[in-house]
Write a protein that binds this ligand. Sequence first.
Ligand SMILES: Nc1ncnc2c1ncn2[C@@H]1O[C@H](COP(=O)(O)OP(=O)(O)O)[C@@H](O)[C@H]1O
Ligand SMILES: [Mg+2]
Length: 273
Amino acid sequence: MARIAVFNHKGGVGKTTTTLNLAAALAREGYDPLAIDLDAQAHLTAIACPGTVGADDSVYGYFKGSRPLADLVRNAHGGWEIIPAHLELSKVDTQFGKGPNVLNKLRHGLDRERLNGDRPVVIDCCPMLGVLSLSALFAADRVLIPVSADYLAVKGAIQVEKTLNALQRVLGHRMERRYVITRFDGRRKMSWDILATFKEKLGADLCESRISETVSIAESPYKNEDVFTHDNSSRGAADYRALYEELGQAGFFGHRPAAPAPVAVPQFIAAVA
Ligand SMILES: Nc1ncnc2c1ncn2[C@@H]1O[C@H](COP(=O)(O)OP(=O)(O)O)[C@@H](O)[C@H]1O
Ligand SMILES: [Mg+2]
């Protein structure tokens, strides 16, 4: 099934929240999702992964070369699996460089270890455009971009488009993407203005579903829960359920034939740096 990078250079837009609730929705529908936390802040790990995680037991251990990816998979709360993150991940850029080997490492690991043949993989990206988020984009075949309904959102989306367009030149095909508006507050006029701008600029790449700013979504991580476990009858649960259904109907979780590994990595880095 699909490998989905949940990506945006901007922080606080709902990447981790969306990864959490998408993995939970997939698990509830009988799939066997694997989430990968690629953010050194390890928020998804803190919310979803029971127990403590040492650096070598996190995805850092794989980048360092000491552990196969499959060794790092753990049960998450909510009936799905996770490869956790650790603060040491913040050193990946300086320790292992930015060459093709490191940027393709996650992709090669998922391929070689056959970690996602018949299961979806959802990758929670970090806000910086460094080795980790580029590795996620190289490994993924689809990108889900949460955009929060605030005043810098449009600027952030332009930056995302610039990165994905640079990636297109390296991959030789357009990376399939869907934008979803998060943290939407219909009481604010600004939210409706942002929605109209996104509709005009993104067209069919913008999901019809949008995620409201709600108490249930804000509080569920505090209880180490996804929004469905926390309050399945809440507005937040209904919003993430609608997003899941829309993406499913659009074939977003389905298998995509593997494209060749990106090779022109230096040109790509030059284009996005
Ligand atoms: N729809 C929402 N309603 C209320 N709070 C939200 C919503 N989406 C995200 N949050 C909260 O906003 C903060 C940032 O969200 P997060 O998913 O961590 O963003 P990112 O991963 O992009 O940095 C978190 O405290 C999260 O609980
Ligand atoms: Mg996050």
